[in-house]
Design a protein around this ligand. Structure first.
Ligand code: CP
Ligand code: NVA
Length: 300
């Protein structure tokens, strides 16, 4: 039966660990000649802008021997009212997998339910699971372990942190989220993670969150689709910036992460994102390696 990757919890804890291990192997150059996607085509259906997700999937698919077909959904008949269901059924007759970036998470579920091929979530308003795979490979590389790691996320309780919470559950990492009241991560995802034993805490004070942290993480205050809330959000999140002062409250060897793109001067300062503690470019590179491991696992 085909497997989709719509949220991190489509993986078991064992799957997650073996996928990260395989990604590290692929990164090291082992198996560079294997072409599991030879003769296969993967469609990239994007409703939103992208630099990392799009290019890392396109090059990763090529490196695995396959063909990536990038489609801005505005150019499909979807944009003229064809249903997601019909689109999914037809695309499954041509393609061997679909990567989708869209607004409503339910669109990925509809695609997955109607396409007999694997569907991979390349970001929705609710989840960004491919990002979390790369993030956890990066933490493993930089810290040498996932056990006994404290990750402090500062900022908006958005798609990125929803997936980090699920990754925390799969790996046992200790995640503390600092966000303003009313901007917490998704309640249902949080409660599910907690009920299954995930170590996730939500606080309002960034200084409390970063205390003894091994990893600091932030993301934009205004996600794609929230452009009408710019001014209000800039005021609300002002205290939720990763700057030199906040970094000095974490462990002295703490690393700083950001999924990118960054709004420098808002959620993170130039001083911090360009500092030796920042691992954001390695983190972006790891999108390629983890997604190759994912494609290898899912696409048959
Ligand atoms: N982090 C990330 O998903 O970046 P893009 O929006 O550029 O794909
Ligand atoms: N939270 C951001 C992530 C971008 C990669 C957004 O959804 O726009």
């Amino acid at each position: 039966m085909k497997k989709d990757f719509l949220t991190l919890l489509d993986l078991s804890a064992d799957d997650m660990h073996s996928l990260l291990k395989r990604a590290a192997e692929l990164k090291s150059g082992e198996d560079s000649s294997s072409c599991p996607l030879l003769g296969k085509s993967i469609g990239l259906l994007f409703d939103k802008s992208s630099t990392r997700t799009r290019i890392s999937f396109q090059t990763g698919i090529y490196q695995l021997g396959g063909q990536a077909i990038y489609i801005n959904t505005k150019d499909l008949q979807l944009g003229r009212g064809e249903t997601v269901e019909d689109t999914a059924k037809v695309l499954a007759r041509y393609l061997h997998g679909i990567v989708v970036r869209t607004f409503a998470h339910s669109t990925t579920e509809k695609l997955a339910a109607n396409a007999g091929i694997p569907v991979i979530n390349g970001l929705t308003d609710l989840h960004h699971p491919c990002q979390a795979l790369a993030d956890f490979l990066t933490i493993m590389e930089k810290k040498g372990r996932l056990r006994d790691i404290k990750l402090a996320y500062i900022g908006d309780g958005n798609n990125v942190v929803n997936s980090l919470m699920e990754a925390a559950l799969l790996t046992g990492i200790d995640l503390v989220v600092a966000c303003p009241r009313g901007y917490e991560p998704d309640r249902k995802i949080f409660e599910n993670v907690i009920s299954k034993g995930g170590k996730v805490t939500v606080v309002t004070d960034p200084e409390e969150a970063v205390n003894e942290a091994d990893v600091l993480y932030t993301d934009v205050w205004i996600s794609m689709g929230q452009e009408r809330e710019v001014e209000r959000r800039k005021k609300i999140f002002k205290q939720y910036q990763i700057n030199g002062q906040l970094v000095s409250r974490a462990k002295s060897d703490a690393i700083v992460m950001h999924c990118l793109p960054a709004h420098r001067g808002e959620e993170i300062t130039d001083e911090v994102i360009d500092s030796p503690q920042s691992v954001v470019i390695d983190q972006a590179e790891n999108r390629l390696h983890t997604q190759k491991a994912l494609l290898e696992k899912l696409v048959r």
